[in-house]
Design a protein around this ligand. Structure first.
Ligand code: ZN
Length: 115
C-alpha cells in the first residue's frame, strides 16, 4: 500500500494505526495502561516497528513533515540507553525531556507493507 505523508503539521488522517506490542504495556514493564495502539506518521512506521522489536518503549514521535526535524520520545532511562547503543543522538525537547532525532526522513510517499 502506498501512503502519502502530507507535508504539513497537524494533519492526522494520513497516519498509520499501529497496535502496541506486549512490552509497551505497563503490566509488562512498559508505559501504557489504557491505550492499545497509536497513530504514527507513514514515514516513521518502519523505524518505530524496528525500535519496538528492540524492546524500546516509545511515547511519541513525529516525522516533522518536512518542516522540522523528526523525533522519537521514549519512556525510561533504560530506553534512552538502548537508543544511544543504536547510535541515536538526543536533544532536550520543549518539555525539558530527552528526545531523540529519528533516522527516518520525511517523504511525501512511502511504501508501507502489510498494513
Ligand atoms: Zn512524514
Amino acid at each position: 500500500m502506498r501512503l502519502n505523508c502530507p507535508n504539513e503539521l497537524g494533519i492526522y488522517n494520513k497516519k498509520v494505526y499501529l497496535e502496541f506490542p506486549a512490552h509497551m504495556f505497563k503490566e509488562n514493564g512498559g508505559y501504557y495502561t489504557e491505550k492499545r495502539g497509536c497513530l504514527v506518521d507513514p514515514c516513521m512506521v518502519n523505524e518505530i516497528e524496528f525500535l519496538w522489536k528492540k524492546g524500546i518503549v516509545t511515547t511519541g514521535c513525529c516525522c516533522g513533515h518536512g518542516k522540522t526535524f523528526a523525533y522519537i520520545d521514549v519512556a525510561s532511562y533504560s530506553d534512552c540507553l538502548v537508543m544511544y547503543q543504536l547510535k541515536y543522538e538526543s536533544h532536550i525537547n520543549v518539555s525539558g525531556k530527552t528526545s531523540f532525532f529519528a533516522k527516518s526522513k520525511h517523504e511525501n510517499t512511502k511504501m508501507v507493507t502489510g498494513k
